[in-house]
Design a protein around this ligand. Sequence first.
Ligand code: ATP
Ligand code: MG
Length: 411
Amino acid sequence: MTAQDVTGASIMLEEVTKTYPGQKKSAVGGLTLEIPAGSIVMFVGPSGCGKTTTLKMINRLIEPTSGKIVINGEDVTGMNGDELRRRIGYVIQAGGLFPHMTVATNIAMVPKMLGWSKEKIAARVDELLELVSLDPELYRDRFPKELSGGQQQRVGVARALAADPPVLLMDEPFGAVDPITRQRLQDELLNIQSEVQKTIVCVTHDFDEAVKLGDWIAIFNEGAQLEQYDSPERILANPASEFVENFIGSGAGLKQLTLTRVNEVDLEEAITTSPGKRASDVLSQVQGAGRKYAVVLDSRGRPLRRLDRRQLSRAEIIDGTYDQSLPVVGEQATLNDALDTMLVASSESALVTGRRDVLLGTITVQTVMEAIAAANGAQDGDHSAPVGLNSGAINIVDINSGAANSDGEPV
Ligand SMILES: Nc1ncnc2c1ncn2[C@@H]1O[C@H](COP(=O)(O)OP(=O)(O)OP(=O)(O)O)[C@@H](O)[C@H]1O
Ligand SMILES: [Mg+2]
């Protein structure tokens, strides 16, 4: 990642405290946290530990009792809150869409407030729908209730990205959807992030989700006391406390599955075809290559279904209907996700898709097993962790020089 790819802003919380009226204990106590530009930082911790409060202080939906919020070197603690929030995308559970507005109107809200022209807004809405893999023709004029939970969530993400804010805040964005949809939404977020390089702060209850999405994970205890703030790899390898160990839980044994992504392993090239082709030709191709299946693609290279040798020998012409239960994972999926998907489909392999759902190849159980064996013992990179602590005195010297160096890496 180079500096010019990063459109995200660095965020610095400096000794931020929030004490709600009438409460003896602070919900957030003297938290200093550096969030490097262009990175994804995950907040995890037990219920009530102050994650949402911390998140909402970044866009000042909740005003800190004391301390400073600095974004890209600018102290925003005193600036107009509404103006600040127009610069920061915010995604809440289930998308938080306005039910009486269409998808397009929901997405257009902030651009409208910013006074963009009609043409510019319409173009932006379509661009964003494409980005979150919803066909604009089909979805722009629907109402939220005419969408599935996962689709609503995607629109929520599109809306948060509408005015191209440098910062995206997400509070348990994928909490309300089923595991497979959740996995796809996570993959999509990572795909989007690889295109737009925002600074994303995301709260989750799910430690696996934190490991999958996070460049850095902040593990909080009550009062937003930081137990550990580091890379997923280092937290899993060296939990800082018993609290962290308990938090990681029994899943830690399978960590290689969560730490390795599908795009890090070698994929098998798939035999592909398209609707309307002669099945016998495809069958001889599949046999010639010693494969089990051919994958039927639509005109944009997205997989529709798989046909095995028996199906091909029975058919005359390739059928282009879409198979709902097709095992598909995004390239950003973890090996854990891939195995899950194969298990659900009772299949020894799954299709792998990249940006905009285009087919990249096939992953097999065999590949996953080999990758785990190879990854064991591999070492994490040498990036040092961003600053994070709760205390009075700290030595962060020159905030105005930016919290990240010129490579966008944490200082
Ligand atoms: N408006 C409020 N007034 C008083 N106390 C509040 C208010 N909002 C939150 N709190 C308290 O502050 C603490 C932190 O709440 P917060 O919502 O930040 O927790 P959280 O980590 O997001 O929890 P969860 O995982 O359950 O969402 C809790 O003890 C909560 O009861
Ligand atoms: Mg919360």
